[in-house]
Design a protein around this ligand. Structure first.
Ligand code: TXA
Ligand code: MG
Length: 334
């Protein structure tokens, strides 16, 4: 069991001492370790049950000197940092020797992000003061591998509490506002490639850099070496079976055709969708796509808490953050 606190300095001191700290971000909560503590980084993988070759995102201050962490900083990366940091955008660039290979799963690139969370940014600043060096916190989402990411400190406690040490910390910064993970982009000199859709939309990115359609989509096939673990086909999965519907598909038809037991069915759909199903549980009825993202993971957890067998999620329109929501729903469903 870890200590829950709201104090950034308590959290920073624990990281400096080589403990694990679950940290709030605007996307989801992360399970953090200072990259200077090899044992702590190793424990992140153990606590999550995460295979060692799945690289971790390294979180840095918004004004970090990227050339400390990278051998070469493509112009696209500099421009995206300027536009979107701190924020839900992770940049993959060639790593320098200041990033241990254990953090990057042995790859020669590093994924860097500066989260838009006052708590997290305070921890980074304090950690840097304590150590007298640039702060870097490796932090995957604070859930067991393959399960739904946490968007509150309570979710972290429920999922990982029993696997953490008494001197580990959970920093409670309230619910995550964006609700789904950051956008991950591979940065090249002339263009960028989206490896995982997320909080920063393709429309946002296109204002700043040339976005080339991803050639890495094949990493979702199970025999390929996964470069982006969030791109495994089955991920973000609750225990309940998730069925994804396009907006034009009718829940009523589905219920009729599959003989779904309404008593054990939960529904996630935009408020604008007409859903009339007596007996089913409304898990979330957000009024726009941003609210859908913010509520999605808590709704999937609620389904499991209630012991529901099936969740029907009607996708939002495939634009903006809707693209990332559909991506997560599809993975939760497989
Ligand atoms: O919003 C987020 O990104 C959250 C918060 C905590 O920052 N973090 C997160 O971490 O979602 P995680 O570990 O659940 O997902 C990180 C993804 C993984 O799919 C990993 O494979 C990918 O980032 N990744 C990390 N380093 C990479 C690299 N060098 N090249 C390609 N993908 C990388
Ligand atoms: Mg994750």
């Amino acid at each position: 069991m870890a200590e829950v606190t709201q104090s950034a300095s308590v959290a920073a001191a624990a990281l400096a001492a080589g403990q694990l700290v679950a940290l709030p971000t605007e996307t989801v909560y992360g399970l953090g370790a200072s990259i200077d503590h090899a044992k702590a980084v190793e424990r992140v993988f153990q606590v999550k049950n995460r295979p060692n070759e799945h690289p971790l995102i390294v979180h840095v201050e918004a004004d970090a000197d990227l050339s400390h962490w990278a051998t070469r900083v493509p112009a696209t990366a500099t421009a995206l940092v300027e536009a979107f940091w701190p924020g839900p955008l992770t940049l993959v660039i060639p790593k320098s020797d200041n990033v241990p290979g254990s953090v990057t799963g042995g790859q020669n690139t590093v994924a860097l992000r500066s989260p838009d969370s006052p708590h997290f940014l305070e921890v980074l600043a304090e950690l840097s003061r304590l150590t007298g060096a640039p702060a870097a916190i490796a932090a995957p989402s604070a859930n067991l591998f393959g399960q739904v990411s946490p968007t509150t400190a309570e979710h972290v406690q429920d999922g990982l509490g029993s696997r953490l040490d008494p001197s580990d910390i959970i920093l409670d910064g309230g619910p995550s506002e964006v609700g789904i993970e950051s956008t991950i982009v591979l940065c090249r000199d002339q263009d960028v490639e989206v490896l995982r859709p997320g909080g920063i939309t393709e429309e946002d990115l296109a204002q700043i850099a040339t976005v080339t359609p991803s050639v890495h989509e094949s990493v979702t096939s199970s025999d390929a070496q996964p470069r982006v673990s969030g791109s495994l086909e089955s991920h973000y999965s609750p225990a309940a079976q998730v069925i994804v519907l396009e907006p034009e598909e009718s829940i009523d038809d589905l219920a009729a055709s599959q003989e779904v037991d309404l008593e054990s069915l939960g529904i996630i759909a935009l408020e604008s969708e007409t859903v009339k199903l007596g007996g089913a549980t409304e898990l979330a009825r957000p009024n726009n796509s941003e609210a859908y993202a913010a509520q999605l993971y808590a709704a999937l957890r609620k389904a499991d808490d209630l012991g529901l067998r099936t969740v029907v999620a009607v996708t939002p329109p495939n634009v903006g953050i809707g693209v990332a929501i559909r991506d997560r729903l599809k993975r939760a469903a497989s």
